[in-house]
Design a protein around this ligand. Structure first.
Ligand code: AMP
Ligand code: ZN
Length: 473
């Protein structure tokens, strides 16, 4: 399939929107940093994964063949700590969270990537890279016996995050052993942590540098180089990954391959709460499971996470989630109306509307995934077609054409036809029928009693053209 239009994406590296032109025909190699499975992922993490899903589906829609890798970090300071505290193996500790992660992806209608490698499966490759970096003098053994990457040796260090290293280094210590740190501490980072029984319990791997375990950053370099090409078309993550994680990935990978690591770096802004990043450490987080327990659906959460442009911070509130619910209700009501049209004669008014909105929708998405405009085009379409329905100027065939269009754009959005099947139980249908009879017979006491029963069961009664219908509250 020939690509007619290329997607434009904001590249963190060049700070410009750039056309995505794959290195190999229309095949896209895409690496996306995945979850650390020491707990359930929170919806902040899922904002980034939903953005990556939108990117992936848009690329596929345009005709690209996408090969996506998302790593699963089952080995870092946090997973190790968790396993040691519970006195179980790393596998026993992390596996339930890995399973839960896939369940959450399904609940949010996130399409599966081609590969989900676990860090513990790529230790051999990590050792190979570290050995090479040591041979080339990019890496050295510290006084504590661990192996560090020397950022001074990599002349482009800081190029992604546009750091002025000279200023930063004034106050910085020269070596860092933790996996996570901030810009103020830009320094040599650990590639191989020498075994420390107090810290690591009995979890270690053998290597030419001694017993120990890899640092977090080297994991992504090893997995992307093993499963994709030396040069990736796109690499994604949340903006907190830019420094130090992605900066370190560049240094290790380019020092190892001598080739450019990534063409386009795409980073999504954070989901925030009261102006602070939603995160485990601040305790200001919700998991998807929390929200589902509160009665929200995965579809509603997906809509909420997706509806704001990925380069804009998104403030999480329950009101925002309720607003997403109302938007989806408008879509559902629209589809119900389209399905109820019986007219056989065409009016030839729908084609112009579909053409116009299709163009608006496509142009918005290929312009750096402008989802807000794409969704406003969907609601404009609903408004215009609703007017045709009000005026009885749409046929059954034209309603089907509209549904077909909605199915087409839902290949990207995954919010239109993903409504969980909420079957109305027989007992409610029966009560509705009895209530209708009671109303016809002017037995208002019985009709009110039945209405209250239906409400108590969690359903509301809506009057439609075809008569009253029950819907879940
Ligand atoms: P972690 O498990 O902390 O390594 O994070 C996994 C992914 O979620 C990374 O790409 C992070 O950048 C991203 N992430 C973490 N917190 C947030 C947030 N509040 N909003 C958006 N993305 C986030
Ligand atoms: Zn990563």
């Amino acid at each position: 399939m020939n690509i007619k239009k290329h997607l434009k994406l904001f590249n963190t590296y060049s700070r410009k929107k750039e056309e995505v032109i794959p290195l190999n025909k229309n095949h896209i190699n895409m690496y996306t940093c995945g979850p650390t499975i020491y707990d359930f992922a929170h919806i902040g993490n899922f904002r980034t994964y939903v953005f990556e899903d939108l990117l992936r589906k848009t690329l596929k829609f345009l005709g690209y063949n996408v090969i996506q890798v998302m790593n699963i970090t089952d080995l870092d300071d946090k997973t190790l700590n968790g396993a040691i505290k519970k006195n179980i193996s790393l596998y026993e500790f992390t596996e339930p969270f890995r399973q839960a992660f896939f369940e959450d992806l399904d609940a949010l209608f996130i399409e599966k990537a081609e590969f989900y490698p676990k860090a513990t499966q790529y230790i051999e490759k990590m050792i190979e890279i570290i050995q090479d970096l040591k041979n080339k003098k990019f890496a050295y053994k510290g006084a504590d016996g661990s192996i560090y990457f020397s950022i001074d040796k990599f002349k482009d260090y800081g190029k992604l995050s546009h750091l002025n290293l000279k200023d930063l280094k004034k106050g910085a210590s020269n070596r860092i052993t933790q996996d996570e740190y901030d810009k103020e501490n830009a320094s040599d980072f650990v590639l191989w942590k020498i075994f420390d029984p107090k810290r690591d319990g009995n979890i270690f791997w053998d290597s030419p540098f001694g017993k120990g375990r890899p640092g977090w950053h080297i994991e992504c370099s090893a997995m992307s180089l093993s499963l994709l090409k030396n040069t990736l078309d796109i690499h994604c993550g949340g903006i907190d990954n830019i420094f130090p994680h992605h900066e370190n990935e560049i240094a290790q990978s380019e020092a190892y391959t001598n080739e450019k690591f990534v063409n386009i770096w795409a980073h999504s802004e954070h989901l925030i709460v009261d102006n602070k990043k939603m995160s485990k450490s601040l305790g200001n987080f919700f998991t998807l499971r929390d929200l589902i327990k509160m009665g929200y659906s995965g579809r509603e959460v997906r809509y909420m996470l997706m509806h704001t442009h990925y380069k804009t911070q998104l403030n999480f509130t329950l009101e925002g989630l309720k607003a997403s619910r109302s938007s989806l209700q408008r879509i559902d009501d629209f589809i119900d109306r389209l399905n109820s049209i019986k007219e056989n004669n065409d009016f030839s008014l729908i084609d112009t509307i579909l053409k116009e909105e299709r163009e608006k929708f496509n142009n918005a998405l290929i312009d750096d995934l402008n989802i807000s405009i794409a969704l406003s085009s969907l609601f404009d379409l609903i408004k215009k077609v609703n007017t045709l329905i009000d005026q009885d100027k749409i046929s059954k065939n034209e309603a089907h054409k509209t549904i077909k269009y909605l199915k087409e754009i839902d290949m990207i959005l995954s919010v239109i036809f993903t409504k969980e099947i909420e079957e109305v139980p027989d007992s409610i249908i029966e009560a509705m029928e009895k209530r209708e009879d009671a109303r016809k017979n002017k037995n208002f006491a019985l009709s009110d009693e039945l209405r209250d029963y239906i409400l108590e069961q969690g359903y509301i009664i809506e009057d439609t053209k075809e008569g009253p219908k029950a819907k879940k509250k």
